[in-house]
Ligand binder design. Structure first.
Ligand code: ATP
Ligand code: MG
Length: 198
Protein backbone atom coordinates (compact mmCIF):
# COMPACT_ATOMS: atom_id res chain seq x y z
CA UNK A 1 0.00 0.00 0.00
CA UNK A 2 1.47 3.39 -0.96
CA UNK A 3 1.21 6.56 1.17
CA UNK A 4 -1.77 8.01 -0.75
CA UNK A 5 -3.77 4.82 -0.48
CA UNK A 6 -2.90 4.52 3.22
CA UNK A 7 -4.06 8.08 3.91
CA UNK A 8 -7.27 7.51 1.95
CA UNK A 9 -7.98 4.32 3.89
CA UNK A 10 -7.31 6.09 7.22
CA UNK A 11 -9.58 9.00 6.30
CA UNK A 12 -12.36 6.58 5.36
CA UNK A 13 -11.91 4.68 8.60
CA UNK A 14 -11.94 7.89 10.65
CA UNK A 15 -15.16 8.98 8.95
CA UNK A 16 -16.81 5.61 9.70
CA UNK A 17 -15.72 5.69 13.36
CA UNK A 18 -16.87 9.29 13.80
CA UNK A 19 -20.26 8.58 12.27
CA UNK A 20 -20.75 5.49 14.49
CA UNK A 21 -19.71 7.48 17.57
CA UNK A 22 -22.08 10.31 16.67
CA UNK A 23 -25.04 7.92 16.50
CA UNK A 24 -24.12 6.07 19.73
CA UNK A 25 -25.42 8.52 22.28
CA UNK A 26 -27.21 6.34 24.85
CA UNK A 27 -25.47 6.28 28.22
CA UNK A 28 -26.24 3.10 30.14
CA UNK A 29 -24.61 0.25 31.99
CA UNK A 30 -24.02 -2.92 30.00
CA UNK A 31 -24.41 -6.66 30.06
CA UNK A 32 -21.59 -8.40 28.19
CA UNK A 33 -21.35 -12.07 27.30
CA UNK A 34 -17.97 -13.57 26.38
CA UNK A 35 -18.58 -17.01 24.99
CA UNK A 36 -17.31 -19.61 22.52
CA UNK A 37 -14.95 -22.59 22.59
CA UNK A 38 -11.64 -20.71 22.20
CA UNK A 39 -9.28 -19.45 24.87
CA UNK A 40 -9.69 -15.89 26.09
CA UNK A 41 -13.06 -15.45 27.79
CA UNK A 42 -12.08 -15.24 31.45
CA UNK A 43 -8.91 -13.27 30.71
CA UNK A 44 -10.97 -10.79 28.69
CA UNK A 45 -13.37 -10.42 31.61
CA UNK A 46 -10.48 -9.73 33.97
CA UNK A 47 -9.09 -7.29 31.42
CA UNK A 48 -12.22 -5.19 31.86
CA UNK A 49 -12.00 -5.52 35.64
CA UNK A 50 -8.45 -4.11 35.44
CA UNK A 51 -9.58 -1.39 33.06
CA UNK A 52 -12.31 -0.28 35.47
CA UNK A 53 -9.89 -0.43 38.41
CA UNK A 54 -7.54 1.85 36.52
CA UNK A 55 -10.24 4.53 36.60
CA UNK A 56 -10.78 4.00 40.33
CA UNK A 57 -14.09 2.26 39.77
CA UNK A 58 -15.62 -0.30 42.13
CA UNK A 59 -15.43 -3.91 40.93
CA UNK A 60 -16.39 -7.35 42.21
CA UNK A 61 -15.63 -10.85 40.95
CA UNK A 62 -17.64 -14.05 41.29
CA UNK A 63 -16.17 -17.24 39.83
CA UNK A 64 -18.40 -20.25 39.34
CA UNK A 65 -15.44 -22.60 39.15
CA UNK A 66 -14.26 -25.68 40.99
CA UNK A 67 -10.96 -26.17 42.77
CA UNK A 68 -9.21 -24.72 45.75
CA UNK A 69 -6.15 -23.28 44.00
CA UNK A 70 -6.33 -19.52 43.60
CA UNK A 71 -5.86 -18.22 40.04
CA UNK A 72 -3.20 -15.61 39.25
CA UNK A 73 -5.97 -13.03 38.98
CA UNK A 74 -7.26 -13.88 42.44
CA UNK A 75 -3.75 -13.77 43.93
CA UNK A 76 -3.11 -10.36 42.36
CA UNK A 77 -6.38 -8.80 43.43
CA UNK A 78 -6.26 -10.22 46.97
CA UNK A 79 -2.67 -9.01 47.40
CA UNK A 80 -3.11 -5.51 46.02
CA UNK A 81 -6.84 -4.87 46.40
CA UNK A 82 -7.80 -6.87 49.50
CA UNK A 83 -11.13 -5.08 49.87
CA UNK A 84 -12.47 -6.13 46.46
CA UNK A 85 -15.26 -8.69 46.92
CA UNK A 86 -13.95 -11.88 45.33
CA UNK A 87 -16.01 -15.04 45.66
CA UNK A 88 -15.02 -18.38 44.20
CA UNK A 89 -17.41 -21.30 44.29
CA UNK A 90 -14.39 -23.49 45.00
CA UNK A 91 -14.70 -26.56 47.10
CA UNK A 92 -17.74 -28.75 46.89
CA UNK A 93 -17.89 -28.49 43.12
CA UNK A 94 -16.71 -31.21 40.77
CA UNK A 95 -17.10 -31.50 37.04
CA UNK A 96 -18.19 -35.14 37.27
CA UNK A 97 -21.74 -34.80 38.44
CA UNK A 98 -21.73 -37.70 40.89
CA UNK A 99 -22.26 -35.20 43.63
CA UNK A 100 -25.04 -33.27 41.95
CA UNK A 101 -26.68 -32.01 45.14
CA UNK A 102 -23.42 -30.72 46.68
CA UNK A 103 -22.50 -29.04 43.41
CA UNK A 104 -25.89 -27.41 43.14
CA UNK A 105 -25.73 -26.17 46.74
CA UNK A 106 -22.30 -24.64 46.08
CA UNK A 107 -23.69 -22.93 42.96
CA UNK A 108 -26.70 -21.59 44.86
CA UNK A 109 -24.49 -20.30 47.70
CA UNK A 110 -22.26 -18.52 45.18
CA UNK A 111 -25.29 -17.14 43.33
CA UNK A 112 -26.60 -15.65 46.61
CA UNK A 113 -23.35 -13.67 46.85
CA UNK A 114 -23.67 -12.58 43.21
CA UNK A 115 -27.26 -11.42 43.80
CA UNK A 116 -26.11 -9.15 46.63
CA UNK A 117 -23.49 -7.63 44.34
CA UNK A 118 -26.11 -7.06 41.61
CA UNK A 119 -28.06 -4.84 44.00
CA UNK A 120 -25.14 -2.66 45.07
CA UNK A 121 -25.58 0.97 44.11
CA UNK A 122 -21.86 1.71 44.49
CA UNK A 123 -20.56 -1.01 42.15
CA UNK A 124 -19.43 -0.30 38.57
CA UNK A 125 -18.34 -3.67 37.17
CA UNK A 126 -19.27 -7.22 38.22
CA UNK A 127 -17.60 -10.25 36.62
CA UNK A 128 -19.66 -13.45 36.72
CA UNK A 129 -17.02 -15.86 35.46
CA UNK A 130 -18.23 -19.24 34.09
CA UNK A 131 -21.85 -18.50 35.02
CA UNK A 132 -23.15 -20.08 31.80
CA UNK A 133 -22.39 -23.61 33.03
CA UNK A 134 -24.57 -23.11 36.10
CA UNK A 135 -27.46 -22.42 33.73
CA UNK A 136 -26.56 -25.30 31.40
CA UNK A 137 -26.49 -27.79 34.32
CA UNK A 138 -29.69 -26.21 35.67
CA UNK A 139 -27.98 -25.65 39.02
CA UNK A 140 -29.51 -22.19 38.91
CA UNK A 141 -32.88 -21.15 37.57
CA UNK A 142 -32.32 -19.32 34.27
CA UNK A 143 -35.33 -17.02 34.64
CA UNK A 144 -34.26 -15.97 38.13
CA UNK A 145 -30.68 -15.34 37.06
CA UNK A 146 -31.64 -13.32 33.99
CA UNK A 147 -34.20 -11.28 35.93
CA UNK A 148 -31.64 -10.49 38.63
CA UNK A 149 -29.17 -9.33 35.97
CA UNK A 150 -31.83 -7.32 34.12
CA UNK A 151 -33.03 -5.71 37.37
CA UNK A 152 -29.53 -4.97 38.65
CA UNK A 153 -28.59 -1.63 40.13
CA UNK A 154 -28.77 0.78 37.20
CA UNK A 155 -25.10 1.95 37.14
CA UNK A 156 -23.69 -1.60 37.21
CA UNK A 157 -22.20 -3.35 34.18
CA UNK A 158 -22.11 -7.15 34.27
CA UNK A 159 -19.71 -9.42 32.41
CA UNK A 160 -20.69 -13.06 32.01
CA UNK A 161 -18.23 -15.63 30.68
CA UNK A 162 -18.48 -19.26 29.64
CA UNK A 163 -19.37 -21.41 26.67
CA UNK A 164 -22.96 -21.49 25.49
CA UNK A 165 -25.16 -19.22 27.53
CA UNK A 166 -28.44 -19.77 25.72
CA UNK A 167 -30.62 -17.54 23.59
CA UNK A 168 -32.23 -15.64 26.45
CA UNK A 169 -28.87 -14.52 27.88
CA UNK A 170 -27.67 -13.54 24.40
CA UNK A 171 -30.82 -11.49 23.94
CA UNK A 172 -30.42 -9.77 27.30
CA UNK A 173 -26.75 -8.93 26.70
CA UNK A 174 -25.84 -5.66 24.95
CA UNK A 175 -22.50 -7.01 23.72
CA UNK A 176 -21.87 -10.65 22.85
CA UNK A 177 -18.46 -11.85 21.70
CA UNK A 178 -17.66 -15.38 20.65
CA UNK A 179 -14.05 -16.56 20.97
CA UNK A 180 -13.60 -19.27 18.36
CA UNK A 181 -11.05 -22.04 18.78
CA UNK A 182 -8.69 -22.18 15.81
CA UNK A 183 -6.21 -24.30 17.71
CA UNK A 184 -5.06 -24.69 21.29
CA UNK A 185 -1.63 -25.78 22.52
CA UNK A 186 -3.32 -28.40 24.69
CA UNK A 187 -4.27 -30.33 21.54
CA UNK A 188 -0.53 -30.68 20.72
CA UNK A 189 0.14 -32.16 24.14
CA UNK A 190 1.53 -28.94 25.63
CA UNK A 191 0.82 -28.57 29.34
CA UNK A 192 -1.27 -25.73 30.76
CA UNK A 193 1.13 -22.94 31.64
CA UNK A 194 1.20 -20.71 34.70
CA UNK A 195 0.56 -17.08 33.76
CA UNK A 196 -0.98 -18.09 30.44
CA UNK A 197 -3.59 -20.73 31.20
CA UNK A 198 -4.08 -20.21 34.94
P1 ATP B 1 -8.80 -18.09 29.73
O1 ATP B 1 -9.05 -18.24 31.23
O2 ATP B 1 -7.40 -18.48 29.39
O3 ATP B 1 -9.24 -16.77 29.21
P2 ATP B 1 -11.27 -19.24 28.81
O4 ATP B 1 -11.94 -18.59 29.96
O5 ATP B 1 -11.61 -18.74 27.45
O6 ATP B 1 -9.69 -19.22 29.02
P3 ATP B 1 -12.25 -21.81 29.75
O7 ATP B 1 -13.17 -22.64 28.96
O8 ATP B 1 -12.79 -21.11 30.95
O9 ATP B 1 -11.55 -20.78 28.75
O10 ATP B 1 -11.04 -22.72 30.14
C1 ATP B 1 -10.01 -22.31 30.96
C2 ATP B 1 -8.78 -23.13 30.72
O11 ATP B 1 -8.94 -24.05 29.66
C3 ATP B 1 -7.56 -22.31 30.36
O12 ATP B 1 -6.46 -22.91 30.92
C4 ATP B 1 -7.51 -22.38 28.86
O13 ATP B 1 -6.18 -22.28 28.33
C5 ATP B 1 -8.06 -23.76 28.60
N1 ATP B 1 -8.78 -23.74 27.33
C6 ATP B 1 -9.59 -22.78 26.85
N2 ATP B 1 -10.04 -23.10 25.62
C7 ATP B 1 -9.50 -24.29 25.31
C8 ATP B 1 -9.57 -25.16 24.17
N3 ATP B 1 -10.28 -24.84 23.09
N4 ATP B 1 -8.86 -26.33 24.22
C9 ATP B 1 -8.13 -26.65 25.31
N5 ATP B 1 -8.03 -25.89 26.40
C10 ATP B 1 -8.71 -24.72 26.42
MG1 MG C 1 -12.98 -19.20 31.58
Amino acid sequence: MNEDKFNQAMAKQQEAVQSTMASANTEKSLVLLLTGDGKGKTTSGFGMVLRALGYGQQVAVVQFIKGTQASGEELLLKQHYPTIPFCQMGTGFTWDTQNFKADQLAAIRTWEFAKQQLQRTDLDVLLLDELTYMLAYKFLDETEVLEAIANRSSQLSVIVTGRGGGTALRTLADTVSEVRNIKHAYESGIKARSGIDF
